[in-house]
Design a protein around this ligand. Structure first.
Ligand code: SF4
Ligand code: SF4
Length: 182
């Protein structure tokens, strides 16, 4: 188990599924904010939040892109809500090789919600600002940071530095070459 090293201000988005009407404004603004150049296009396939959409069953569940996983899970979960069955992987946040969800459509690289971290920071993540029904609510709280969190943050920062130094295209080509060599 990873040791707690710091107290840290943490951020989260609370999702109230009952308030989501499936408008998908969150998907649109997330993909536009992360387009290059910023706001030049929007494509839900590039969004780091996807709304699990089952109008016939009267349910819309916003799901945030979480961690990358190199392999599919060994077992699946079956969800039954109000007597209705839902897709095994429907509520999963992972960028997993078994599906295209949460993968950048051109490069196949995994997508992960970054809470719209920007410079200067916005008061609230954009999907929260654009959600007019308040299904998404931004919260800050004091949490614990473990050694593992610090290591992951270091990897994220060095990836960003590499992209800033060599450009996204160059980094993507290098990662693709390394993946081929296996
Ligand atoms: S913007 Fe809000 S109401 Fe619309 S789909 Fe997203 S979470 Fe649901
Ligand atoms: S917080 Fe930002 S990056 Fe994360 S899903 Fe919402 S708009 Fe996208």
């Amino acid at each position: 188990m990873s040791m707690v090293v710091n107290k840290k201000l943490k951020k989260r988005i609370r999702i109230d599924v009952d308030k989501c009407n499936g408008c998908r404004a969150c998907e649109m603004i997330c993909s536009a904010f992360h387009a290059t150049p910023k706001y030049s296009s929007n494509n839900p396939e590039r969004s780091r939040i996807r709304v699990m959409f089952e109008p016939l069953r009267n349910i819309y569940v916003p799901v945030y892109a979480g961690e990358y996983t190199a392999s599919e899970c060994m077992g699946k979960n079956e969800y039954v809500i109000d007597g209705k069955k839902y897709d095994d992987c429907g509520f999963c946040r992972a960028a997993c090789p078994s599906r295209t969800l949460f993968h950048e459509p051109d490069s196949g690289l995994p997508l992960k919600c970054d809470m719209c971290e920007d410079n200067p920071p916005d008061e609230e993540p954009l999907c929260v600002q654009w959600c007019i029904t308040d299904a998404l609510v931004y919260e800050e709280y004091e949490g614990e940071e473990t050694e593992e969190d610090v290591k992951i943050a270091d990897v994220d920062i060095s990836m960003e530095e590499m992209v800033a130094k060599y450009g996204l295209q160059k980094v993507l080509e290098t990662v693709a070459r390394m993946a081929q060599k296996g």
